[in-house]
Design a protein around this ligand. Structure first.
Ligand code: KG4
Ligand code: ZN
Length: 341
């Protein structure tokens, strides 16, 4: 149960195509409302930044009001506003940051500009309670693939590795396009793969045992495209399953290498690709073998949402962090080590 003394934080997320507003009290989730402009981007095969910005502008007020209604609250109940200040699409971020500043000023409550990636980590606390300190976090989505050492999500996030080319979700989306599946392709590949064989085709595992904690998926994507081109007829489920296996094999192997290297016994996986059923299963299997505890938020909290921003905002308030100035910029390339601004 929420403790009435804990502050009520409203979080705003607009870094990509989701306009998300979440409300939390401490680590209790009270509302998580989302409007997505994905249907407007689907025919382009990727998110169109200008279209996303305009959609955020139209969705912002209704989504904020929807979240308040969902929680049974009014504006006067809100104690603090948190907002994704970066990284993400510049114009999209700008809409959320401008809205957050307005709400902060209008309601006379503090503003916390937060890092989108740290928010992906913090959100798990809404489902599984306080994060162990430290933990290793692997964030895999359409925009990012990172391995992080997280001593304290409110103040200290250390980058251990990231993709040197495509993000994991981007690889899913591009391979789905090659296979004639809709955008975004991750869930379609996940579904198709269930009918196929993961060992049908031996696709390359980029940077698998190179001694780093970085990833590379563009070679794999090209290998799948070449393989498909060379066939007269393609059994989509086998290609999907074999491709998916190559991705999740590398992801889980590197995540456990990070746990071993830093002697950390708790692994968190977040971001849209964490919804992948094979990734969840293989991660669980390998964690069990290595004596590592695995935490994966439910799919609705893995993909971009406002609750994750509110969750991190709540941690910042609890840690007594100084609120952000009202002139903070939206920083499209904010480094992961900057938890808040
Ligand atoms: O975190 P997210 O909603 O947005 C950002 O990119 O920040 O992640 C979206 C990505 C897309 O690339 C989508 O294809 C992928 O997550 N995704 C999946 C699955 N569900 C979503 N990838 C693999 N398997 C899934 N089940
Ligand atoms: Zn994200």
């Amino acid at each position: 149960m929420a403790d009435k003394d804990e502050p009520l934080v409203l979080g705003i997320e607009t870094s990509c195509d989701e306009t998300g507003v979440g409300i939390v009290r401490g680590h209790t989730l009270l509302a998580n409302t989302i409007a997505s402009s994905m249907h407007e981007h689907a025919r382009f095969g990727g998110v169109v930044p200008e279209v996303a910005s305009r959609a955020h502008l139209e969705a912002m007020t209704p989504v904020v009001e929807g979240a308040l209604a969902e929680a049974g609250l009014t504006f006067s109940d809100i104690d603090a506003i948190a907002v994704t200040a970066g990284p993400g699409l510049a114009g999209a971020l700008l809409v959320g940051v401008a809205a957050a500043k307005s709400y902060s000023l209008g309601l006379g409550v503090p503003l916390y500009g937060v890092n989108h990636l740290a928010a992906h980590v913090a959100v798990d606390q809404l489902e599984h309670g306080p994060l162990p300190k430290p933990c290793i976090a692997m964030l895999v989505s359409g925009g990012h693939s990172s391995l992080l050492l997280v001593p304290d999500v409110a103040q200290d996030v250390i980058s251990l590795g990231s993709t040197v080319d495509d993000a994991a979700g981007e690889a899913f989306d591009k391979v789905a396009r090659v296979l004639g599946l809709p955008f975004p392709g991750g869930p379609y590949i996940d579904r198709a793969a269930r009918e196929g064989s993961a060992t049908a085709i031996g696709f390359p595992r980029g940077k698998m045992d190179d001694g780093t904690l970085d990833f590379s998926f563009s070679g794999l994507k090209t290998a799948v495209a070449r393989w498909v081109e060379a066939q007269e007829s393609v059994h989509v489920p086998d290609v999907a399953a074999s491709f998916q296996e190559a991705v999740v094999d590398v992801l889980t192997r590197k995540a456990l290498q990070a746990c071993k290297k830093y002697d950390v016994k708790d692994l968190l996986i977040g971001g849209g690709v964490a919804a992948n059923s094979r990734l969840r299963a293989l991660a669980q299997e390998r964690c069990d073998k290595a004596g590592v505890r695995l935490r994966v938020p439910r799919p609705g909290l893995c993909t971009d949402n406002g609750a994750m921003v509110a969750a991190l905002g709540s941690d910042l308030v609890a840690a007594g962090i100084t609120p952000s100035a009202l002139d903070i910029p939206a920083d499209s390339s904010m480094p992961v080590t900057t938890v808040h601004v």
